[in-house]
Design a protein around this ligand. Structure first.
Ligand SMILES: *Cc1c(COP(=O)(O)O)cnc(C)c1O
Ligand code: SF4
Length: 341
């Protein structure tokens, strides 16, 4: 990972920069990020030790949506290694979803009925501090070509599987060529109906939605969905909207999932803006997750009853199709648990 040289990419050039370049030239150092945001490094509540455990990583297009001069910017707070991450809280653990138990075949998680998750890539374009997979053993889950053959056979041999979900890490950190090959092979499995991709890349580096990717998604006979992940209205801009427009033109259904985070999006006004902006950009609100109790993220936590009250108030503000489903993942359960409001 190279440190970013912001002198090399101006705001005007950024839309034409390739996604691969932006992915390999993220901000990883708090001093250059502070400078870019017109802040003094001391103004950032940065912990080098927390960054040592899960590093600072922010791509330029995302950093450009942060407010200059605001050390409490809601996008910045999602990615800034915070000293509070080092405190231990009872119940906040490294594998909160006990995924190790459902990880039968390396690279594949079969814990939901009719659908399997494939861990296509261990890399993410951005390191979100609240991520429930921040401690996931990605290195044990690399999918090489032999492993891919085993995965294909696993799916072929289980006709109850209707949907394949590309997960990660970020599955779109993979090349278009590889995705095209994998999707073509999956398309030959008769009983598969749907392909879903869960990715934060269309939001954090919208250049990732290339023409080639759209062609691959358009030509498969599988119904395709892409679930993006944005937690704040400011994460949407014109470039994101254009990327989602391209996906929709390729017949991809685009949904957004968000995580409820204290200090970032935990007010009715902020939630209303988020889901309205998401829909305006082309993504229908899908889930609003309460935080998974992952070690290092307790300072983002909101109680279930506060979350339920917030969504009850939100319901008065929004039409039904803009209201996300408030949900929690409970280890061992083969589906999300909806938190009734
Ligand atoms: C919950 C979850 C899914 C599948 O759940 P649905 O209810 O089918 O949307 C897929 N991927 C991830 C990362 C999830 O957390
Ligand atoms: S992009 Fe998704 S998987 Fe990657 S760190 Fe953020 S929340 Fe976690």
């Amino acid at each position: 990972m190279k440190a970013i040289n912001t002198a090399n990419i101006s705001a005007a050039q950024q839309p034409q920069t390739s996604w691969q370049y932006l992915l390999s030239h993220c901000f990883t150092d708090p001093v250059s990020l502070a400078k870019f945001l017109q802040l003094e490094p001391e103004q950032l509540n940065f912990s080098a030790q927390a960054s040592g455990e899960f590093s600072l990583k922010v791509p330029l297009p995302y950093a450009m949506r942060m407010q200059k001069g605001d050390s409490r910017d809601p996008l910045l707070l999602q990615v800034l290694p915070d000293p509070r991450e080092l405190e231990h809280f009872p119940g906040f653990v490294t594998d909160p979803l006990a995924e190790a138990d459902a990880n039968h075949l390396s690279g594949l998680i079969h814990k939901y009925k009719n659908r399997v998750l494939l861990m296509l890539s261990g890399a993410c374009a951005i390191n979100c501090r609240y991520c429930f997979r921040r401690h996931f053993p990605y290195d044990d889950n690399k999918i090489g070509s032999q492993q891919w053959q085993k995965i294909l056979r696993y799916i072929e041999n289980d006709s109850s599987i209707e949907e394949v979900i590309f997960s990660g890490g970020d599955p779109l950190a993979t090349s278009d060529q590889r995705l095209d090959k994998l999707i073509t092979q999956l398309g030959q499995i008769k009983h598969l109906q749907r392909l879903r991709i869960h990715s934060r890349l269309p939001v954090v580096i919208p250049q990732r939605i290339t023409d080639q990717l759209c062609q691959t998604l358009q030509k498969t006979h599988l119904q395709t969905l892409l679930v993006i992940h944005a937690n704040h209205a400011n994460e949407f801009d014109l470039q994101v909207t254009e990327a989602l427009d391209k996906l929709k033109a390729a017949n991809v259904t685009v949904l957004n999932q968000a995580v409820l985070l204290k200090g970032i999006n935990d007010t009715v006004a902020s939630q209303k803006k988020l889901h309205t902006a998401s829909f305006a950009a082309g993504a229908l609100p899908y889930y609003l997750f309460v935080l998974d109790p992952v070690q290092g993220a307790a300072h983002f936590d909101i109680s279930d009853s506060q979350a339920q009250q917030l969504v009850a108030e939100l319901q008065r503000e929004l039409p039904g199709y803009l209201l996300p489903r408030l949900a929690r993942e409970i280890p061992g359960k083969p589906h999300k648990t909806l938190l009734a409001i």
